[in-house]
Design a protein. Sequence first.
Lengths: 183, 565
Amino acid sequence: MFVTRREFLRAAGLAAGAVFGPWSLGGRKVHAATFDTPKLKFLTPSEYRLIRKYSMAIIPDEPVLNGVVDVALNLDGFFAQNPSPDFLVMLRYMRLIRLAGPAEGLIKRVAPATAEDINSFKKMLCGLGYYSDANGEAEMDPEQRVVWPRIGFGGPKPEDWRPPFQERRLDASVMADRIKEGA
Amino acid sequence: MIVEHKDLALSKTIGPVDVCIIGSGAGGGTMAYYLARAGFSVVVLEKGGYYPPEELGRKEVYMLTRIEAPTIFTPAGGKHTRVALIAGQCVGGGTVASESVTWDFPKPVMKDWARLGMTSYDYEQNSRLEEYQTELNKRLFVKPVELQHHNPCNQILAIGAEREGVHWKSSDRPVEFCFRCGNCTQGCHYGVKMDAANAFLMPAQEYQCDVFTGAEAQAVKPNFNEAGDYPYCEKLKAAVGAAKDDLLRQLANMKKSAPAKFTVSARVMDAKAPTLRDKSPDYKNLTVHAHQVIMAAGPVATSRILLKSKINPNNLVGTRFMTQPGASNQGYFPDIEIRGWDGINDSTECDQYCYVNRDLPYYNPEKHGFLLESASSLPWGMCNILAGVGRELVEKMKGMNHWSGIESIIMSDGVGRITEDEIVFDITERDNETLLFATWLTARIFFRAGAKKVQTSLPGLILDSPGRIDDILKFRYQGGKAKGFLIKQANLYSGHHFGGAIMGASREDSFADETGECHDLKGLWVGDGSAFPTNCGVNCAMSIMFMARKNSDHFIQKYGSDVPG
């Protein structure tokens, strides 16, 4: 049976609603710290816990696994500080993430575009919460940075930056023409 | 003057002013400058915030969420296509966030427009067109990037293209001295990129042009009709004697009580304030009475404001929406440190198959219609571009400095529609063929430069040897079944959008005439990509500025005598 994306989303929304109860996007305030969650400015404790759990699976990199970088807390700070983009819309995919684990195979088969949405949401968590400036790397001294050195990113140029006369030149003579080689 | 939320009392009414411009990007910014300089009183409403150079650049996502519209998160969708729409939302619009590759408004497109009945675009007859282009290029310091300023990512396109025997060139960019910091898409931290804010809006303030930021136009209300408006123009043509006098009297009476022909209502918020989860932003009302209104908020917002305002002659608003979808391909070079983020992001391009070359002898309609641009990204972008999640992505990100990017941008034949709550767009079967050929050529360029593998935008297709390049062509459309890029999982995006309120020769099939003024409602203008009746086939900021420059002249010719003094 072919299920359209719209039908699937409707069904998934209803199912998530039924399983997890009313999940209001509005009307929530700053949440005080609890025994397992820090003080949150934007996310709810439940969202925080879920993102934290998923971030370990989605970003199995040392600083995340050993807790040096808290992706969920980064996202909380980022969402709370940033205007305009509809983070609330993005967070709606949290419902699908909850469903995605057990139903991943089925979702891929019946609604591939939704599977792609879930994938994109996971990447959004990685990009915003870990690799981007949300971890505060841009404000840190280069030697204090945790994430960017792991990927070889040098960060923004310092205020006194002046460009070199010439960019680094590649030596074409040592770059094999693989099409020609294969011909 | 830049006017922000904090500068306003609870609500404010201004005017009557000569011109209210909705949107401050390539079109709105350009028209604001030329009209203010000509002596018109100009007010610009910009939904986004104002970011001076010291606030721009540096932070990738922090700036992206401030200077770009959220349409990037809610893609346009059709039956089998999804395209993420990238549009600016700040003072200067999309030009602030763009990589700023610049193309002259293409002459073949001018020719097309002249053929559509817009004869003022016939460059063989209208010498002013050449002058506009020269003037804009001079004003924006447009020049090609010098060879020694291409970073390794850009050099890879050049090396591969040269070996493949396809033409490449240095991109033109609007900057006098570029610091090559690599953060162009976050706005220019050094204030040297000649975006619409630097080139037009800041100088426009010298002529008393006010730019209201965080000001989201809600509706444009015409307060009365004039003799040139439809259907009065037709009625007046048919009427004679006393009947004609009656009509003219009616029109004059309507005009008496209104402060100006148009009232634009907007709500103003603090565009830099954080999103509040538990309450809506603090809006203040702004009312602008204006003799003329110029729509320049980008095709999506322009169409939506017109639709909300119930200004939709012949149900044309929102129709003929066009984009130039792009797909990103990555080559992996484990032995070369590329560091694509270090230096100018996009400074070489392969233009051989560009649509605007269609007059050249080697033109092949089945293959032409795309541009290849070298393109790399910062960590958030790379995280999105590189395939996979989990361990696979972590490993790829650790090798981020060894990936080089080339994006293919096609001149799509697809025509979509903008409504108040959705954007419908599908690429065509021909577009799919073009994208597949562009991807095939890109893969060859990467392997020519020595790539060990190539990641395409086709879901799951990573080529580990040149012998697999022809696998790309297996994705061709086959008998009614969606294939290749004709699926929603293909990662398409576009920063070039057109249509929705197009110009044309007649009121039956276009919103505005060739000067940009609405056929049916005089005094209402279109000054941005919405007015484009066809796709321009190249990076469009300069094309929009060109049209806006030309429309400004028409405006001044028509209404210049209204300027006091």
